[in-house]
Design a protein around this ligand. Structure first.
Ligand code: F6P
Length: 496
């Protein structure tokens, strides 16, 4: 019902221009903006009226969003295909949850380990992992460098490209390096091959002492023990924590080592503040819900297929791959919970670039291309403003204005129609607290969209299939060639 009402409403506003709405309504900015804790969201540059938001919220009600939020936080098996809950929010909850005791026990053990490492001989930390076991640590250790309380240097090995691994090895000293092998499943081929190579390299340098330089974060401790990593150096990531939502667990160990346990607690508290807001605010004042509804509005009613993430902050440059995984791995689905084919589009293609660089690469397409691509501009305020901050902020705002305003036909050789939507997200400083809140904001946006599209946001069968095919093809590179003509032909080419 609301879906049809939204489609009808879209027709009535499709020809209206945002610049006319701004000219006619001085309240538009205050009406379509809100502040939650450290985060300010301006969503006034969207193709929406009050009626649009009302209909979108009705649609959310109709899809029983409140009940689904309660089920999610309450630990129901929202991951329907794998029949388990998605309880990453419990990792930052101060209230009692079914898994509270396990979390407290393991966090105490982790924090003790963090102190030991910070006081010990280590100078280099190498995180070995991929996907969710890599992108969260990468993003957060870059974003929160100013909060480092230890001089440790952080390195990341994710893909199997030997050049990337060798590059890290040239920068470290075996005696003072700690390797964190992060893999929830401990079956991910890239991580296992990199680990084997690193153990071999370390053994050549340090002999039997080598294995003492390895710790593991995994849901399969027995597999880590099989590599001789002792139990006291294995930290859990539970089944109920999805890889792409795991930065709040022991997967966040690199961040804990860098900023210390107090700051890590602040990171968790920032996320928890967003959780509280998400659980209790009315939909029309609920930041993750509003952002999710805007996404649905464009994808399903304006045929948008992509979404730009534009952090005008170098510190947040790895937010882009982080959100690519979070969003596309969660909602890149074409069947619903009942395993029926969907008749509508789901997750957008997420892309982006930090700072003004994108203005000189793909922004032309955003301004004048044939597709409508909404943008999230993210800007971090700096207490001691300087001319670079001013230019950076002015750049983001002028891009948002140009996208919205466009240029009338008689002013431009080729028409710049404008009317292109964007959000502006302002962070009051980049801190562990505000970063935690920002990541939780996007997590919940993605969750809401999954609910409204009726897809399971917590499985990833497509990726699993790729993981299964890899060993078969790998075997063919040195063994009997089988498979279809394309595989056989390419394997022959490769072996030549
Ligand atoms: O990319 C697919 C995936 O399964 C992700 O969900 C996960 O974050 C990544 O692989 C790494 O998995 P693991 O932590 O089990 O090595």
């Amino acid at each position: 019902m609301s879906w049809e009402a939204l489609a009808e409403h879209q027709k009535t506003i499709a020809d209206s221009h945002m610049r006319d709405w701004f000219a006619a309504d001085k309240q538009r900015f205050s009406q379509f903006s809100l502040q939650i804790d450290d985060i300010f969201l301006d969503y006034s540059r969207n193709r929406i009226t009050e009626k649009t938001m009302q209909l979108l919220c009705e649609f959310a009600d109709q899809q029983q969003l409140s009940q689904r939020i309660n089920a999610f936080f309450g630990g129901e098996a929202v991951n329907t295909t794998e029949k388990r809950p998605a309880l990453h929010t419990a990792l930052r909850a101060s209230k009692h949850t079914v898994v509270k005791d396990e979390i407290s026990k393991e966090r105490a053990r982790l924090y003790e380990f963090v102190t030991q490492v910070q006081q010990g001989k280590y100078k280099h930390i190498v995180n070995v992992g991929i996907g969710g076991s890599y992108l969260g640590p990468l993003l957060t250790t870059h974003a929160l460098k100013e909060f480092a309380i230890s001089p440790l240097q952080f390195h990341f090995i994710s893909c199997v490209d030997k050049m990337a691994l060798d590059e890290v090895l040239t920068q470290i000293d075996p005696e003072t390096t700690l390797f964190i092998i992060s893999s929830k499943s401990f079956t991910t081929a890239e991580t296992l091959l990199n680990t084997e190579t690193l153990i071999r390299w370390m053994s050549e340098k340090l002999g039997k002492k080598a294995i003492a330089h390895f710790v593991a974060v995994t849901a399969k401790p027995e597999k880590a023990r099989a590599l001789s990593i002792p139990s006291e150096r294995i930290f859990p990531v539970w089944d109920w924590v999805g890889g792409r939502y795991s930065i709040w667990s022991a997967i966040g160990l690199p961040l804990m080592l860098m900023i210390g346990s107090k700051n890590f607690d602040a990171f968790l508290a920032g996320a928890q503040a967003m959780d509280e807001h998400f659980c209790h605010a009315d939909f029309n004042k609920n930041m993750p819900v509003i952002m999710a509804l805007l996404g649905i509005w464009y994808i399903n009613f304006f045929d948008a297929k992509a979404q730009v993430i534009a952090p005008y902050s170098q510190r947040l440059r790895y937010l882009i791959p982080y959100l690519q995984q979070a969003d596309m791995e969660s909602n890149g689905k074409s069947v619903n919970h009942q395993n029926e084919q969907l008749s509508y589009h789901t997750a957008p293609v997420i892309f982006g670039e930090a700072g003004c660089n994108a203005q000189h690469t793909y922004h032309q397409h955003l301004h004048q291309g044939t597709q409508l691509i909404p943008v999230d501009f993210i800007f971090v305020k700096n207490k001691q403003r300087n001319e670079h901050d001013d230019m950076l902020f002015a750049s983001a705002l002028s891009q948002a204005q140009a996208l919205m305003h466009g240029m009338a036909h008689d002013q431009a050789y080729r028409e710049l129609s404008g009317n292109r939507p964007s959000n502006i997200i302002l962070l009051n400083q980049l801190t562990p607290h505000s970063l935690g809140a920002l990541l939780a904001l996007y997590e919940h946006k993605i969750f809401v969209q999954g609910v409204l599209w009726n897809v399971n946001s917590f499985d990833q069968w497509g990726v699993e299939l790729g993981k299964q095919l890899l060993p078969e093809i790998l075997q063919q590179l040195n063994g009997t060639i089988s498979g279809d003509a394309s595989v056989a032909g390419l394997v022959k080419e490769y072996r030549k």
